[in-house]
Design a protein around this ligand. Structure first.
Ligand code: HEC
Ligand code: HEC
Length: 455
């Protein structure tokens, strides 16, 4: 079944008002108000967060991330309109999946889904467990083009990516969203990639217990808000292995972002969901938000989901179970033997307690990262709110109409003498602030004016 979407266009923002109800607010489910975009572009982040893989050419804009949000949650980006990015990357699980393998349009994934929280805050700019996507932009349409995941592969009887572009071009709200973001309604793969990447990079989580401590002390000092157990775990995480030393995690999962060191090789986790050996996995998502605010796991860990709990994962690093040709040398002891940290149970518990301080709370509930669709896949875009029209009577017998509209769109200024037949007077561009303004003569009592938008 095809999903249905509609656009609500403000009508009759004229001199003589007709009664119109306000359609909704930014926080109404199923409604996105393009005249009051959520803040994605200038979110505050802690001063100590400096790593980024955002390219100069694709900085986050509020319009672009809004378009990315709609596409991230739109099932029509899959062949049979059954799967969206959010099917496998759920906000409630830090944009990961509690399933070991995620379900796509034709079968399930060969690797475990990755949490997307803080994906943009890293020096590593390649994506996927095996880093096969050169950039996040390049990554975003690979699931769409994947036969199993979203099914616009162009092979095995699948439609092509061009078919998806044709499908989206026929949907009026995408014409509005692309026009608002890029200045024209044309849909291309690059435009889709850039907007999806902007949305993904906007997903940030910096309100953890760790952040509250890090704001007051450096990583090498005890945090005043931590328990002794958490502080001991932090020291273990940060200090390199060796006599009396730590577990050396920070060498590859670099604080304060806890993003992967770009030069990491594999960590000795060599299994695969489908069986067999996989030595290619050299990337980890940020270690933040492995568990949710309630302490519940956001999904099994590692590319094969083989470590179900934090305790399992610590046991892996405590004693690397087997050698392989792509094992990172940092996981060997001097002389080449495999790492054996000899952690006591108390130390393992300390490390686990520290890893649990890396969890935030806002990212799980903030509406701007949630689905813009209703449960029945409806979406309403507010393009022109009737209530926002201001009229000013000028001394020279003219009237100025002003309206807070969506930025970057071309609206129509129309007039009518009978409220039935409307004539285009001119196009009014809203510009970067979104305000549209027009001064008209007060010619006759029988002239009506309105702003409209035609997608
Ligand atoms: C059917 C499930 C599924 C769907 C649908 C899906 N993903 Fe994923 N995603 C995964 C899996 C599994 C991985 C890890 C795959 C791998 O590394 O081989 C992944 C990895 C990623 C990564 C890499 C994260 C990192 O840190 O390297 C990003 C980004 C991402 N997905 C974004 C998206 C976007 C955007 C969409 C929608 C266009 C999407 N995904 C659709 C399952 C899915
Ligand atoms: C030599 C580099 C290196 C070191 C040191 C290292 N890791 Fe990793 N870590 C990786 C790589 C690479 C992956 C991705 C592995 C995979 O799934 O195949 C990973 C994955 C993980 C994951 C899974 C993340 C997820 O989202 O599923 C966790 C958790 C983790 N490491 C924690 C630790 C801890 C705790 C330590 C210290 C005891 C540590 N790591 C030491 C490189 C390293």
């Amino acid at each position: 079944m095809k999903t249905k979407n509609m656009i609500t266009i403000g009508l009759m923002a004229g001199i003589h008002f007709l009664a119109h109800a306000q359609v909704g607010t930014t926080n109404t489910p199923g409604v996105v108000d393009l005249t009051k975009l959520a803040n994605y572009a200038s979110q505050s982040k802690p001063v100590y967060i400096t790593r980024t893989n955002t390219p100069v050419a694709n900085q986050i804009t509020n319009a672009g991330a809004t378009l990315g949000r709609v596409m991230f949650y739109d099932k029509r980006l899959s062949r049979n309109s059954a799967v969206s990015c959010s099917s496998c990357h759920q906000q409630a699980n830090a944009f990961g999946d509690t399933a070991l393998a995620s379900t796509g349009v034709s079968g399930s994934t060969g690797r475990h889904s990755m949490r997307l929280v803080n994906a943009g805050f890293a020096t590593e700019s390649k994506f996927f467990w095996d880093e096969r996507a050169a950039t996040l932009e390049a990554q975003t349409t690979q699931p769409v083009r994947d036969h199993a995941e979203m099914g616009f592969s162009g092979s095995s009887g699948d439609p092509t990516f061009a078919d998806l572009v044709t499908r989206l071009s026929a949907i009026s709200e995408y014409r509005v969203l692309f026009a608002m973001t890029y200045g024209s309604a044309t849909i291309t793969e690059t435009r889709i990639q850039n907007a999806l990447a902007q949305f993904v990079r906007s997903i940030q989580s910096f309100d953890s217990k760790y952040d509250a401590g890090r704001a007051q002390a450096s990583d090498n000092q005890p945090f005043p808000n931590f328990t002794p157990q958490e502080n001991a775990g932090k020291a273990l995480f940060i200090n390199p292995p060796g006599p009396g030393g730590g577990a050396g995690c920070a060498g590859c999962h670099v604080p304060p972002e806890f993003s992967i060191d770009p030069n990491s090789r594999n960590n000795g986790v060599t299994g695969s969901i489908g069986g067999g050996t996989d030595l290619t996995n050299t990337r980890s998502p940020s270690l933040r938000d492995m568990v949710g605010p309630n302490g519940k796991s956001n999904g099994p860990l590692m590319h094969h989901g083989g470590q179900a709990t934090i305790a399992d994962l610590i046991n892996h690093y405590n004693l690397i179970p087997g050698d392989n040709t792509n094992l990172d040398p940092r996981l060997r002891r001097p002389g080449g033997a495999l790492q054996n940290l000899n952690l006591t149970q108390q130390q393992k518990d300390q490390l686990a307690a520290f890893l649990r301080t890396l969890t935030g709370s806002n990212v799980y509930t903030d509406v701007k990262w949630s689905s813009p669709f209703t449960a029945s896949n409806q979406l309403t875009l507010i393009i022109l709110p009737e209530s926002a029209v201001k009229m000013t009577r000028n001394p020279n017998n003219t009237l100025t109409l002003q309206c807070q509209a969506a930025a970057g769109l071309n609206y129509r200024m129309e007039s009518s003498t009978n409220l039935k037949d409307w004539v285009l007077m001119e196009q009014v561009a809203s510009g970067p602030t979104g305000v549209i303004e027009k001064t008209v003569p007060i010619a006759s009592n029988a002239t009506f004016y309105r702003f409209t938008y035609t997608p």
